[in-house]
Design a protein around this ligand. Structure first.
Ligand SMILES: C=CC1=C(C)c2cc3[nH]c(cc4nc(cc5[nH]c(cc1n2)c(C)c5CCC(=O)O)C(CCC(=O)O)=C4C)c(C)c3C=C
Ligand SMILES: [Fe+2]
Ligand SMILES: [Fe+2]
Length: 354
């Protein structure tokens, strides 16, 4: 149970005008990337502006980058990205799939934490860009009495452009708190055997259901500029290791699985091979007719999987002569995934709760 003496507040000894002190709790704040509020031009522009102005994402000096971003990219990209979001939008709930799935994951993790620890642990989510903001959720948790916070960026592989910038925003939010809670951040979990096992199970299930067994599994990760790797970002290595562990868990050889990188943005050289080119090459040069694609860097399906992989990359394969393209969904709120994430949280609560 949580330590109730943490606050030092003793109601029986407090003067009548003492501000109310809520019962001490522990907060678990799950963080995802963020997503636009809608797919119209201004919603898209606001979201992309915040995202692409982040120096952890685009590290070009502002004097060079901002004129290009404001005058060229943000006049065009909100239209093309908005159309892509429209094609996958969850119209029933009026939000993007990333938002719906993050809410579902949070609700499932909250239920699992309640089973393990009762009411002493609050679980919620925030976004790095857009809504709900990290600052607003840290404020809410502190106001609800959280004297200890576990912050969990939902990225299996560490990248400066994802994990580190989420943590930066969390620390900035903590800077604004009068009574700052104790804080922990959860590290990347790409080599957690239960995560690898959940990925492997999703491959096995998809293969068992497929009409024709795929000849090759393409493991497609979100890309980043190659320069970031040369400057010390471990993302590329953690992606390569994820594929190796998955291959070993499946008991496969090198000919059954391959690693690629998607979502190239801008003119710089990104991590290679590019998924969109590689699937076309596989069909055209190797005569592959039948492939599966999985995207382990995404903890939930989003524009990059539902639109880019399952529409653009599928088309690239089919136009090059490929026939069967099986997209294997992200782990989303599957029970094996929720069990992995809940166990990671429990491990990061050690010493704070019994
Ligand atoms: C999974 C890890 C991710 C890394 C690494 C990453 C790096 C990165 N991304 C961009 C530019 C864009 N990414 C966009 C969407 C997007 N990116 C991730 C994850 C990673 N990005 C997710 C989960 C999403 C989807 C959000 C959603 O709402 O579904 C976009 C916006 C979409 C678009 O206009 O195409 C851009 C732009 C860069 C430059 C970068 C590396 C430095
Ligand atoms: Fe991205
Ligand atoms: Fe993309």
């Amino acid at each position: 149970m949580t330590d109730q003496s943490q606050s030092g507040f003793e109601a029986a000894h407090a003067p009548a005008d003492h501000p109310a002190v809520p019962r001490a709790k522990i907060g678990v704040l799950i963080a995802n990337l963020g997503t636009p509020d809608n797919y119209d031009y201004w919603s898209m522009r606001r979201y992309l502006n915040e995202f692409l102005s982040d120096k952890r994402v685009i590290d070009i000096p502002s004097w060079k980058w901002q004129p290009l971003l404001q005058l060229i990219i943000l006049t065009k990209r909100p239209f093309s990205s908005g159309a892509a979001y429209k094609s996958i939008w969850n119209e029933d709930q009026g939000e993007s799939p990333l938002m719906t799935i993050t809410k579902d994951q949070t609700a499932a993790i909250a239920a699992s934490m309640k089973e393990r620890f009762g009411d002493g642990v609050l679980v919620d989510f925030c976004m790095r860009y857009g809504n709900p903001s990290t600052e607003s959720k840290v404020r809410e948790m502190v106001a609800a009495g959280c004297t200890k916070l576990v912050f969990f960026p939902l990225y299996p592989q560490y990248a400066g452009a994802t994990t580190a910038t989420a943590n930066d925003e969390f620390f900035r939010a903590l800077m604004k708190e009068k009574w700052q809670p104790a804080a922990r951040t959860v590290p990347a979990y790409f080599d957690n055997p239960a995560y690898i096992d959940a990925l492997a199970q999703s491959v096995e299930t998809a293969y068992a259901k497929a009409e024709k067994k795929p000849e090759l599994l393409v493991v497609s990760y979100h890309g980043m500029p190659q320069r970031y790797l040369m400057e010390g970002d471990p993302y590329h290595c953690q992606c390569q290791k994820t594929t190796r562990l998955l291959k070993e868990r499946l008991g496969w050889g090198d000919t059954q699985i391959t690693t690629t990188f998607q979502s190239v943005f801008g003119r710089e050289e990104w991590l290679r091979p590019y998924t969109v080119e590689e699937v076309a090459r596989l069909a055209r040069e190797e005569g592959r007719k039948n492939i599966a694609v999985i995207a382990p860097a995404f903890s939930s399906d989003c524009i990059e999987t539902l639109e880019e992989i399952n529409e653009e990359i599928r088309e690239s394969f089919e136009e090059a002569g490929g026939e069967d393209f099986l997209y294997i969904p992200c782990l989303n709120d599957q029970s094996a995934h929720i069990a992995v994430l809940s166990q990671i949280i429990e491990d990061n609560l050690k010493g704070w709760i019994a």
